[in-house]
Ligand binder design. Structure first.
Ligand code: IPE
Ligand code: IPE
Ligand code: MG
Length: 239
């Protein structure tokens, strides 16, 4: 199902997506917001598969932010239920397709069952190569504060010296330890903001904002984003 010729336009090694617009998609159809989240989960499955056929090595998706708890209890409960169901299915696919799953975020606030599902998926897929990083109860600021705390604890325990800290070492304390920074970050739904996503890792990422709602996002939209990425002139502060 590959539309783009990945020999001509090689995909970035690491693509990150803010899966936004589920609620508006549902509203347009007179459906409850949860129906939008279910359609968004389908979209994730489709796009994750497409990324695999393109040869994308890392796909990071923003599924639930540290701020999303502010939504109604009903919506949060609906999202958690869906996550449980879709993760179970995704994990079966994971084994079949040898996809490695990692979870970025504070899992301690999830139900014990959902948390266990995440931990099992991580350990069961450790040896696989293509990697999906699933951001769940994730916040970029929270991630940085946690990393700072973990480093200070290592200093207090005598395992590290303060002067040792470098950008590379700090990165190792983030959820994304050992994952290269995303070259491309896509935000569908028309919003043009980061909403606390990958604040550290996105220092030199190319952002592509698109006017499509996440449940409507197709492989063709991904092709378009990759084409747009190839049109950018990445300078990294040089000339
Ligand atoms: C993204 O879609 C999913 C989550 C944040 C959990 P939204 O639910 O934010 O959809 P909109 O932005 O309201 O349309
Ligand atoms: C960002 O979308 C979080 C996820 C897609 C999981 P939001 O819908 O929560 O972001 P805001 O509220 O529009 O900034
Ligand atoms: Mg939104």
């Amino acid at each position: 199902m590959a539309f783009i010729d990945s020999n001509v336009l090689p995909p970035p090694r690491h693509i990150a997506i803010i899966m936004d617009g589920n609620g508006r998609w549902a509203k347009k159809r007179g459906l409850p917001r949860t129906a939008g989240h279910a359609a968004g989960a389908e979209s994730f499955r489709r796009i994750a598969n497409y990324c695999r056929t393109l040869g994308v090595e890392y796909l990071t998706v923003y599924a639930f932010s540290t701020e999303n708890w502010r939504r109604s209890q009903e919506e949060v409960a609906g999202i958690m239920k869906l996550l449980h169901r879709y993760l179970l299915e995704a994990l079966a696919d994971m084994e079949k397709n040898r996809v490695r799953f990692r979870f970025f975020g504070d899992l301690s606030r999830l139900s014990p069952e959902l948390r266990q599902l995440c931990l099992d998926a991580e350990s069961r897929s450790e040896e696989y190569d293509v990697q999906v990083n699933f951001c769940l109860n994730y916040g970029g600021r929270d991630e940085i504060v946690r990393a700072a705390k973990a480093f200070s604890q290592d200093v207090a325990d005598g395992k590290r010296r303060p002067g040792e800290l470098s950008e590379a070492l700090f990165s190792q304390y983030l959820y994304s330890a050992d994952v290269p920074d995303p070259e491309l970050i896509i935000r569908p739904s028309g919003e043009k903001r980061t909403s606390n996503f990958l604040l550290w890792q996105s220092a030199y990422s190319e952002y592509v904002f698109m006017n499509v709602l996440w449940p409507d996002f197709t492989p063709k939209d991904l092709d378009q984003a990759i084409e747009e990425y190839h049109r950018r002139n990445r300078r990294f502060g040089g000339t």
